[in-house]
Design a protein around this ligand. Sequence first.
Ligand SMILES: Cc1cc2nc3c(=O)[nH]c(=O)nc-3n(C[C@H](O)[C@H](O)[C@H](O)COP(=O)(O)OP(=O)(O)OC[C@H]3O[C@@H](n4cnc5c(N)ncnc54)[C@H](O)[C@@H]3O)c2cc1C
Length: 271
Amino acid sequence: MKPPAFDYLAPGSLDEAVSALADGDAKIIAGGQSLMPMLNFRLLAPSLLVDITRIPGLDYIEDWDGGLRIGALSTHHALETSTMVAERFPVLAAAMRHVAHLAIRNRGTIGGSLCHGDPAAELPGLVLLLDGQLKTTQRVIPASVFYDGALSTTLGTDEILTEIMLPPPAAGTGWGFEEFARRSGDFALTAVAATIGEEARIVAMGANDIPLRLTGAEALFADLTSIEAVADAARAAVSPDSDLHASADYRRHLVGVLTKRALTAACARSS
Ligand SMILES: Cc1cc2nc3c(=O)[nH]c(=O)nc-3n(C[C@H](O)[C@H](O)[C@H](O)COP(=O)(O)OP(=O)(O)OC[C@H]3O[C@@H](n4cnc5c(N)ncnc54)[C@H](O)[C@@H]3O)c2cc1C
């Protein structure tokens, strides 16, 4: 299918882009890997596309006191191959390899992935796991309150995500990332990521309409409860949907299995 007609603007600055978004019927386009399918399926019909890829200074991965500041136009592939990401947040580098196919990872941006907000996407869950903050043209938003539903963020219509801020990890943090998809490159049926540092953090993706921190399972893990009990708590916390790819029961079962695997890997990697 072809997209509906739209006007196109490629501003050279964030100010110009924010002004262009002011009428409320415009959409930002970055890599286009999620937006173009939405247009082609006529799920969206904006009158104007504001292409932010010509705006300088939004594509970087930089030190932030031992953590990282990552520009919104950085691609999935840039994160996947960055030495700094691999050293400081190996769980993030590992998760990026599960996003779609290389051609899509080469064009798709982290800002686009976060703002699209697919419930099964890896990056929204990883930013929650890593206690990230999302900087926009107007404010800084904790990852924990960035989403208010599937494909829905708390961003205003004229607000542009500019940067992801990841605080430094505790020394010796172990990590695990486990995903189950029908074929390599498909969206996950579900995925679970875990870190064990000063505290244990566990996040499930594709198991609710937004990424979910499994705080009950984290607490049981901290109390040295059996891994089976932790997995039971993880299963009980999620509310997946059934669709043509998998039933809700199967997804819930997967959350338990993947939680055990992610925690086991994180324990083995922690020091
Ligand atoms: C075949 C296929 C398989 C895929 N598999 C996966 C997968 O396994 N995992 C996964 O996570 N994703 C997957 N995707 C989705 C896609 O890879 C990501 O959502 C994509 O990388 C989004 O980035 P983009 O730059 O292309 O965003 P775009 O498509 O340009 O934009 C996406 C949305 O974000 C908004 N937006 C973009 N940038 C900003 C910004 N800076 N500030 C505010 N709003 C913004 C746009 O208005 C739009 O609503 C897949 C896509 C395809 C086509």
